[in-house]
Design a binder for this molecule. Sequence first.
Ligand code: SF4
Length: 205
Amino acid sequence: MVPAISKKERLLSEIRKQVEQCIRCQLSQTRTNTVFGEGNADAVVMFIGEAPGEDEDKTGRPFVGRAGKLLTNILHSVSLKREKVFIANTVKCRPPGNRAPKDEEMQCCFPYLEAQIAVINPTLIVTLGGVSTAFLMDEKISISKIRGRMIEWRGGKKIFPMYHPSFLLRYQSQKPGSPRYQTWQDIQEVKKTIDLVLLAGNGNE
Ligand code: SF4
């Protein structure tokens, strides 16, 4: 039997179709595939990274390279499956040479992310790395200073910045105070939020 598609999934599919045809910014000229994002349309938590890289551009899926595998492992460390959260980026097309997306590109692409957030309606938005954090908060602040803090954001939502997995790949130490250790602390906070929301009966995760 074909599983029924929820209203949220249908709405996300409509946004995806728009993204696939989008030529609003120059990144459309060099992409192989758009990377819409993937996961649970009812997710309590959305993870938002910077931009698709080479592997993501090839496959059309977010966070599938080395950094993506690390993100998956970070989620698994608190018994979270990728399919239970929603994973996206600030831009849907790969910046050439994996450069950071320009502010005007993120602005141009933001209506899609905004629409995804509106449909999914997550309680928590985990920004991965300084670029997506600064963009959504509209404020430049060092990720090492702001990670692990719950920050009020638009209409009752919260932003929770964490290190980007590609940054963590540079550090192997898991000693207290190291970026990997801090990330392990952070993901436990994320899991606590999910558990609280589910306990209150406000999510389908
Ligand atoms: S990055 Fe976003 S705005 Fe730019 S072409 Fe891709 S989908 Fe369109």
